[in-house]
Design a protein around this ligand. Structure first.
Ligand code: PLP
Length: 362
């Protein structure tokens, strides 16, 4: 069989309906066509494996353009890997990481920080997924006490797991506080592009310029096939990253294909176009469903996540037509995510289906 788009012979068979969209997660989306084209561009011939290729070299300059001259990017496979490698490189074996109770590292990484890096997490309950200097102090204590894992890193997520945003000033206040305590700041940026687009500021405004030491840069949700990067903003904040990335099984041998995807995303404005679009689709969705009787949108819609509570069995009925996750089993709160490829028609179809299911719900 010959692929109609590329003209290349393939024995693979398309097994899904490419017009079908869900609101489950931004990583349900496919690969942005500009990223796919970049992968093809990097194909052919041989390049040095394990990161000594021309694409990974060029990528350093691209990350420096966004994050300043001290930035160093370490491409990895996935977000859990980026977080684990970053945090491991920032801590000694007796040190600990303060994070929000809702942080992905605490709730959604299968215990990888604890299991694979031996990290002690010190979680703090937050109303909206955001830490503050006061909340950090609930766990940042016991310095010098040999009975307590020594708090060393504050890890924040931007945008947060609850769809909320830190302002650059809020992150600066966290960094000043953490640094004042002799601690470092890590930012889980699985959705960092959505955050910059929503805040309408450059990526460095709430990272480098706010005092963040190390971040996990999310590529997958932004339109890549796969790939994230640990971005070191303060070289003094990490030790042994080169070795830790390998021992954490995050060193890609054909790294050129991760790096060229980031080039496609970050060298121009693809990252911003994708993020602005995903955010706009979330706003459209919230507006479309807000006035449906019985529907509650309990959290602010600040980037590309919409949280909702639906009446009766409407969520279960709607889920038969569109896939999405329950966020909180106790309250029945659900989460809808939009992506770079969510269209206005997708949103409108989903909102119309929701209105129907609410009307018929028990
Ligand atoms: C906040 C956050 N951090 C990190 C990740 C990356 O996870 P993964 O290991 O699935 O790439 C995700 C993905 O859902 C996330 O939402």
């Amino acid at each position: 069989m010959t692929d109609a788009t590329s003209g290349v012979r393939t024995d693979a068979v398309r097994r899904h309906d490419p017009s079908l969209k869900t609101f489950a997660s931004d990583n349900y989306a496919g690969v942005h066509p500009e990223v796919l084209a970049a992968i093809a561009l990097a194909n052919g011939g041989h390049q040095i494996a394990y990161g000594d290729d021309v694409y990974t070299e060029a990528l350093q300059e691209t990350f420096r353009k966004h994050f300043g001259p001290a930035a160093e990017a370490w491409p990895v496979f996935n977000g859990t890997g980026a977080n684990v490698v970053a945090l491991r490189a920032m801590t000694a074996h007796w040190e600990a990481v303060v994070c929000a109770e809702s942080a992905h590292i605490h709730t959604d990484e299968g215990g990888a920080p604890e299991r694979t890096a031996g990290l002690k997490l010190l979680p703090v309950a937050t109303p909206d997924g955001k830490l503050t200097p006061e909340l950090i102090d609930r766990q940042a204590w016991g310095f010098g006490d040999e009975h307590r894992a020594q708090p060393k890193v504050v890890s924040i997520t931007q945008t947060t797991e609850l769809g909320t945003l830190y302002t650059p000033e809020e992150i600066r206040a966290i960094c000043e506080h953490a640094h004042g305590l002799g601690m470092l700041v890590h930012l889980d940026g699985a959705r960092i592009t959505n955050a910059a687009a929503a805040l309408d500021v450059p990526l460095r405004a709430f990272t480098t310029d706010a005092g963040v030491d190390v971040l996990s840069f999310g590529g997958t949700k932004a339109g890549l096939m796969f790939g994230e990067a640990v971005v070191v903003l303060d070289p003094e904040a990490v030790r042994g990253l080169r070795y830790l990335r390998k021992s954490a099984m995050q060193l890609a041998s054909k790294m050129r294909f991760v790096s060229v995807q980031f080039e496609a995303l970050l060298a121009g404005d693809l990252w911003l176009r994708n993020a602005r679009h995903a955010n706009a689709m979330a706003r459209r969705l919230a507006e479309a469903v807000r006035d449906v009787p019985g529907v509650e949108i309990p959290r602010p819609v600040e980037a590309n996540a919409v949280f909702a509570i639906l009446p009766g069995d409407a969520a279960e009925r709607l889920r038969k037509r569109f896939r999405f996750y329950t966020w909180n089993e106790a309250t029945g709160e659900v989460r809808w995510m939009t992506a770079f490829d969510t269209t206005e028609a997708d949103v409108d179809a989903f909102a119309a289906a929701l209105a129907e299911e609410v009307e018929f719900s028990a």
